[in-house]
Write a protein that binds this ligand. Structure first.
Ligand SMILES: [Zn+2]
Length: 128
């Protein structure tokens, strides 16, 4: 422990610890430090997300020569379209229900399934 190499490592570690202590004015517990790291990582993720949205808008408006960015933007465009489609389907489902036999979307008030002919029992809560 008393060779120069080990002392250097110890001094570096002490230096980092002292900087942490000076910043907060207290001895930081491992738990608090982990929480602060998680908070900073969360903020970093949000910053990346904001950059991604800004980049997507810029690429949509101006295009890009970068193939990786072009592919990533196309992926986002596809996902947006899928969500829009799913929302349209949800709106339609609000007035429809799923046939218990063939799983097709049918009018809520239908007595028989238009697709498989199954006799249906009207249920107030179905399709909500
Ligand atoms: Zn059916």
């Amino acid at each position: 422990m008393d060779n120069i190499f080990d002392n250097e490592i110890f001094d570096k570690a002490k230096e980092v610890f002292d900087v942490t202590r000076k910043k907060t004015g207290e001895v930081v517990s491992a738990g608090k430090q982990r929480f602060e790291i998680a908070t900073m990582e969360n903020r970093l993720e949000k910053a990346y997300n904001a950059l991604g949205k800004a980049a997507y808008k810029a690429i949509e408006a101006n295009g890009t020569e970068n193939e990786e960015l072009k592919a990533a933007a196309a992926d986002i465009t596809t996902k947006i379209a899928e969500i829009e489609e799913a929302k349209k389907e949800l709106a339609q489902l609000k007035n429809k229900r799923i046939c218990p036999k063939c799983s097709m979307a049918i009018e809520k008030t239908s007595v028989f399934c238009n697709y498989c002919g199954e006799k249906l029992i009207y249920e107030e809560t179905q399709g909500e």
